[in-house]
Structures are given as C-alpha cells and as structure tokens.
Write a protein that binds this ligand. Structure first.
Ligand SMILES: Nc1nc2c(c(=O)[nH]1)N[C@H]1C(S)=C(S)[C@@H](COP(=O)(O)O)O[C@H]1N2
Ligand SMILES: [Mo]
Length: 349
C-alpha cells in the first residue's frame, strides 16, 4: 500500500440524484481551492450530454454586430483569472425557522475555484451594445420542462471588469458538470447568476422575465403573499464554523475553533467568536490573501475550555461594506440568503 496516500477522505453529500444536487463536505475539505471531486453541484435539469454541450457562444440582440465565438477564438482574447467562491442562494436553507420547501441544503452549497476567462465587457464591446440596452440575458444549454436555464444581469454588472466568460476551472477545462466549455462567472453574486453551459448572450431593451429571474431567486418576505418581493443578487456576509461540529463532545483545555467567512460586497474585515452564547465576543485570527478580493478567508480562535458544561459557540463575520451577520436572519418563503450568526452547541467533558 502507498504510505503517502491518505487512508481516509471525505465524500460529497447527495441531496438529490435527478437532477444531481450535491454538497461539498464543507467541514472536512480544508483546501482553499475546492478539489473538483468535492465541488458542490446544483442543477435544475439533467446534465447536457457531452454531445449537447455547446461548441460555440453566440452574442446577439440589440448589438451592432452579432458574433459567434468558439473555444479557440475565446482563448485568444484578453483573459482574467479570479479566485471566486460560488455559493448557492439556497445554502443553509434547512436552518430557517419555520422550515421552507426547496432543495434541503445544509451548509455545504459553497465551493471555491480559480476561474479563468474573457471579461464579458470585451465580448460586448466587440459586438457593440446599442443604446437602449437594459439587460443582458444568458442562456445555458441544459433544458427541462420546455425551458432553458436563463438568467439576466443589468448592463453595469455585465460590464464589470471581473464578470467573465470562464473556460477554465483550476487550470483545466471546466468539467462537464460545472458548465463545459463556457460558463459565466459573476463574482459577488449568489451562484444562480453564474450560468453553466453558456451558449447564448442576448442584449435586450427590457427587463428579463424568465422563471429563474422573476419567480425563483426572489426574496418573498411573507408566507402567503408576494408583497415586498425583491431579487436575489449579491451574497450576504456569511461564515461557517468548520470545527468543532454541532453537538461535538470536547476535552477540557485548548480547543481550536475554525472556519471560513465570505461576502459579496467588499471584503471580510473581521470575524468574532463568542463561547458564551453571545454575551462576550473575541476577535478571531483571519488568514486571507489580499491578492484575491473575492475569496473566502480562513479564521480561527483558540478557546481555553476550563470548565465542564454545555456551551453555545457563535461566529459572526463583518465586511468592509459595514454588513454583519445578524442574530436573526431575514426569513423568506423560498429560503434564500440565510446568513444568521453561525452557531454550534458543544459539550466539554
Ligand atoms: N445552465 C445552468 N446554469 C446554472 C444552473 C443550472 O441549473 N443550469 N444552476 C445555477 C445555480 S442555482 C447554482 S447554485 C450554480 C451551481 O454551480 P455548480 O453546480 O457548478 O456548483 O450554477 C448556476 N448555474
Ligand atoms: Mo443555487
């Protein structure tokens, strides 16, 4: 037996099989870049087969020059490489009270990758957006229930220098399950915006009204009316306690509390930990990398657990946009954007 090969490793968590929805075993995958085998998967339809994956990317709508690119042509254009966490808007949905319907994600609908691609504005400038353009619609090649997966972005977010049409993940072609050969990557937004198997980009002069834009991925604050609805866009400031885990039994003495924190606006500026259910808070040590503004940061806190007993441990992240994880997250009917203060209970024996 190869002595260098680890004997044990985590495995992804299946949430549904058809379509395939799978969590990253987030408590055990400690890598800064999530290995492909552990990258979470979120699909609305069955996967396109290898022969159904797009071979070209079309740009049309109200543009001066409709264009078509293949992979070789895209690879020759200016590129950008970005470390970006993708988080499903439904991540942590199971933590809402009252419970809500939908894919029952725990804490692992988040993964991080290094995405390389062409800034979308480069493509749109070549096509020449015409005046009156309001939104850009992105179409994926997967289909079901007679619809494709389509999402739109407002023009300013589409033109942001870090919004890219990616063709590489972690230095290799994008895996088929994650959008081969082209995928939109929208840093800072929940991952429903990052359309996989991208085959068409259309410039339109109206608001896009597709089901994944106006029915799903909307916050509905009320249980039985649509009053006050608003679109799901940027990721909220958020964190996970990776270790210890909920209901662990710990030994007295020094225990390391650690996790990750991320945000869709600005950067993580602070993570605080409470070991007394929020009575007092201490700053955690942050380990980030200033070259990667979107990436998650690791945080840790050394806890001297002196006395036997039960403890509620909290962690709350703050970002440079002045946002902080709330004690009470904003409940919404479809269960998006859960970012309540991270909380576990442990027993010290
Ligand atoms: N074409 C297409 N793109 C898509 C989706 C999809 O079902 N089809 N799901 C979206 C959602 S809701 C999420 S959370 C991410 C999941 O990306 P992953 O499976 O690579 O983790 O892709 C987004 N892009
Ligand atoms: Mo998602």
């Amino acid at each position: 037996m190869d002595e260098n090969k680890p004997m044990v490793k985590p495995c992804p968590l299946t949430i549904s099989l058809e379509p395939e929805n799978q969590e990253t075993p987030i408590h055990f995958v400690e890598d800064w870049v999530t290995p492909e085998e552990f990258f979470y998967k979120r699909n609305h339809f069955r996967y396109p087969s290898a022969s159904e994956a797009p071979t070209t990317l079309q740009i049309d709508g109200i543009v001066q020059r409709p264009l078509v690119f293949d992979l070789e042509q895209l690879c020759k254009l200016p590129s950008k490489t970005l470390a970006v966490p993708l988080e499903c808007a439904g991540n942590k949905r199971t933590m809402y009270h009252p419970r809500v319907y939908g894919v029952q994600w725990q804490k692992g609908a988040i993964s991080q990758g290094i995405w390389k691609g062409v800034p979308l504005h480069v493509l749109l400038e070549r096509a020449g957006i015409q005046s009156g353009a309001k939104e850009i619609v992105f179409t994926g090649a997967d289909r079901g229930n007679h619809t494709a997966y389509q999402r739109s972005l407002p023009v300013d977010k589409a033109m942001h220098p870090d919004t890219i049409v990616a063709y590489e993940l972690n230095g290799a072609s994008i895996p088929l399950k994650h959008g081969f050969p082209f995928r939109l990557i929208v840093p800072g937004w929940y991952a429903m915006a990052s359309v996989k198997w991208l085959c068409r980009i259309s410039v339109i002069d109206q608001s896009f009204e597709g089901p994944f834009q106006t029915t799903d991925y909307m916050y509905y604050p009320h249980p039985d009316s649509d009053d006050g609805k608003s679109p799901v866009t940027t990721m909220k400031v958020n964190s996970i306690i990776r270790q210890p885990q909920d209901y662990d039994i710990l030994a007295r003495g020094t225990n390391l509390i650690k996790g990750i924190a991320w945000t869709g606006e600005g950067r993580i500026s602070e993570v605080e930990v409470s070991t007394d259910n929020g009575v007092s808070w201490e700053p955690a040590t942050l380990l980030g990398d200033s070259r990667h503004p979107y990436a998650w940061v690791f945080w840790s806190y050394e806890w001297e657990a002196k006395q036997k007993g039960e403890y509620v441990i909290l962690a709350r992240a703050r970002d440079s946009a002045g946002r902080v994880q709330p004690m009470q997250p904003e409940w919404n009917r479809k269960g998006y954007g859960y970012n309540g203060v991270s909380r576990i209970r442990v027993k010290v024996d």
